[in-house]
Design a protein around this ligand. Structure first.
Ligand SMILES: [Zn+2]
Length: 97
């Protein structure tokens, strides 16, 4: 039973000439995002499996950094074997760390 976490992190928009974050810093931010979100999920879901199907959840995390607005949009996509387990996963996900 292994937690599957996929990250899709990218940038969009024109890079501003006086960008707050340079490409190198963006890469670092993406690395940190992968590490900290990954670690948080591993911690919360280390031994969480569906009681009925014994399947672990899988996560896809999409992050888009917008060069023009200089903000980051993060979305979680959660896949589970069944609706019932999805509810449980969402409860755990919404708990404070
Ligand atoms: Zn299930």
């Amino acid at each position: 039973m292994c937690l599957r976490i996929d990250f899709h992190l990218r940038t969009e928009g024109e890079e501003l000439p006086d960008a707050f974050l340079e490409a190198y810093e963006l890469e670092l931010m993406f690395d940190n995002t992968r590490r900290s979100l990954g670690a948080a999920l591993e911690r919360k879901f280390s031994d969480v499996v569906c009681a009925e199907h014994a399947e672990a959840p899988s996560f896809t995390i999409s992050g888009v950094y917008n060069n023009e607005r200089e903000d980051m949009d993060i979305r979680y996509h959660v896949d589970t074997c069944c609706q019932f387990f999805l509810l449980r996963v969402m409860q755990i996900l919404n708990q404070r760390a």
